[in-house]
Design a protein around this ligand. Structure first.
Ligand code: TRP
Ligand code: SF4
Length: 439
């Protein structure tokens, strides 16, 4: 199995994906203590992560942290796109410093949009709907208009080579160069929020769909490659701070020693191993020490970016099966659909019901493979009790698909009408969110 961030495949087997790519499972321990755990955690919609522990720690300690995610403006905004914005709004409500990249360069390089088309779509479809959904003021920018992002992407490329990107992305001799640069610009997006000008080194969460994991892996590698120090558990089990470059080692060890003593930790310096060992430290001390070192690196003119953390959410199934996609209007409910349009699509949707009414009554249906149930689960029903009730009644054959559909139509109608009402005011507020020219 391969993940291709530019294809529109549906990844059904999430646990296999996780195992193959080393994505961690997101477990109740990871989120139970967060304020008001939202349904995307409780219901396993966000199912995996890399390094979420850093974010959890920052939230619980009240330390600063950033969130950056990006959207590729291609087609109209549908319910599948809403999942990430639900997460952003939650994290913003508990203190995240939020940045949203509009990937207009990527849409140009990989999808054939002009920058003008991408801009129009991004504002009219995405940003306006985000605001209508409740996003509070934050920083939304265009890749093509952000000088720091573009410069950073370019410069970070110094520590990524061709064999690495061909191995990750399958680039070949026919790949256009703007496409080749897209992963680096995405690194610029993700890491620029840790530049001193934008808040400095701090944990950064990138909530995305699992198709974006190759970019995350790449970016974590690039961030690490530019670090001057590496804090890790050495072979003998001791914690050590290691100097990575081969120049200026003594000065860098001085710096590490300063940071360590500043934190009141015991140490043993071994110049010939380019290391300072911490005999009394434990693995729990690593994140705070790493952050202190990253800040010190920044003071001394290096990048000092912490590797970004990520979470992965499931995709929404299209109403006709397969993935929900803007290019297949009958598969998606758009946020700008009229209730009548939505009704038509819902009534025609593929459910997990049995072949006949009699069969269904006798053997029950399969909510796990029902897109109507999925709409309840992801978007329409907030009460876990009510949802569990539908699940149970479906399995036992008491709940009929017709009733579910009617209910979905009704809930969707209130949602769409509310969105429609809020969009007019939202359109007026775009200027409070979008930074037009930055850097
Ligand atoms: N590549 C993402 C997509 O296809 C868009 C994107 C651009 C992005 N920059 C980002 C996502 C930074 C997360 C973080 O949708
Ligand atoms: Fe889906 Fe409802 Fe039919 Fe069950 S009864 S399969 S949940 S539509």
């Amino acid at each position: 199995m391969e993940i291709n961030p530019w294809s529109s495949a549906q990844y059904a087997d999430y646990s296999r994906l996780r195992e193959q790519f080393g994505i961690q499972a997101l477990q109740p321990d990871d989120w139970e203590q967060l304020p008001r755990p939202p349904s995307f955690f409780r219901r396993g919609i966000v199912f995996g992560h890399r390094g979420f522990g850093l974010i959890r720690q920052a939230i619980l300690a009240g330390d600063p942290w950033a969130l950056l995610t990006g959207l590729m403006p291609s087609g109209r905004m549908h319910l599948g796109h809403k999942m990430v914005i639900d997460q952003i709004i939650y994290y913003q409500s508990i203190g995240a410093d939020v940045f949203i990249a509009i990937a207009d360069i990527e849409a140009y390089a990989t999808r054939g949009y002009t920058l003008e088309e991408a801009e129009r779509l991004a504002i009219q479809e995405y940003v306006t709907n985000y605001i209508a959904l409740g996003l509070q003021p934050c920083t939304i920018y265009f890749q093509s208009r952000h000088r720091d992002v573009k410069n950073l992407g370019y410069l970070l490329g110094k520590k990524a080579n061709w064999s690495e990107v061909t191995a990750i992305y399958g680039f070949n001799g026919a790949t256009n160069m703007a496409h080749v640069l897209a992963p680096l610009i995405q690194c610029g997006d993700i890491l620029h929020v840790q530049m001193e000008k934008y808040g400095g080194a701090r944990p950064t969460l990138v909530p995305v769909g699992v198709d974006q994991d190759p970019h995350i892996r790449f970016c974590r590698g690039v961030a690490a490659a530019h670090r001057l120090f590496n804090v890790t558990v050495a072979k003998d089990g001791r914690i050590g701070v290691f100097v990575k470059p081969d120049e200026d080692v003594a000065r860098l060890l001085d710096l590490a020693a300063q940071v360590i003593s500043g934190r009141g930790l015991a140490m043993k310096r071994l110049d010939r191993y380019k290391a300072v060992y911490l005999p009394d430290a434990s693995p729990e001390d690593i994140p705070a020490l790493d952050l202190a070192l990253a800040r010190e690196e920044q003071e001394h003119g290096a990048y000092g970016f912490l590797s970004p953390s990520s979470t992965y959410h499931r995709f929404m199934t299209g109403l006709t099966g397969g993935k929900m996609s803007s290019s297949k209007p009958e598969s998606a409910i758009f946020l700008t659909d009229t209730p009548a349009e939505a009704k038509k699509k819902i009534m025609a949707a593929k459910t997990g019901g049995a072949v006949s009414r009699e069969e269904h009554k006798k053997h029950g249906g399969q909510p796990e493979s029902c897109v109507v149930y999925e709409m309840f689960l992801y978007h329409l029903i907030d009460s876990d009790r009510e949802l569990a009730d539908i699940y149970r009644r479906c399995r036992s054959g008491e709940q009929m698909c017709g009733d579910c559909k009617k209910m979905a139509v009704c809930l969707m109608e209130s949602f769409l009408v509310e969105m429609q009402e809020k969009r007019a005011a939202a359109a007026e507020q775009v200027g409070d969110y979008v930074v037009w020219d930055e850097g």
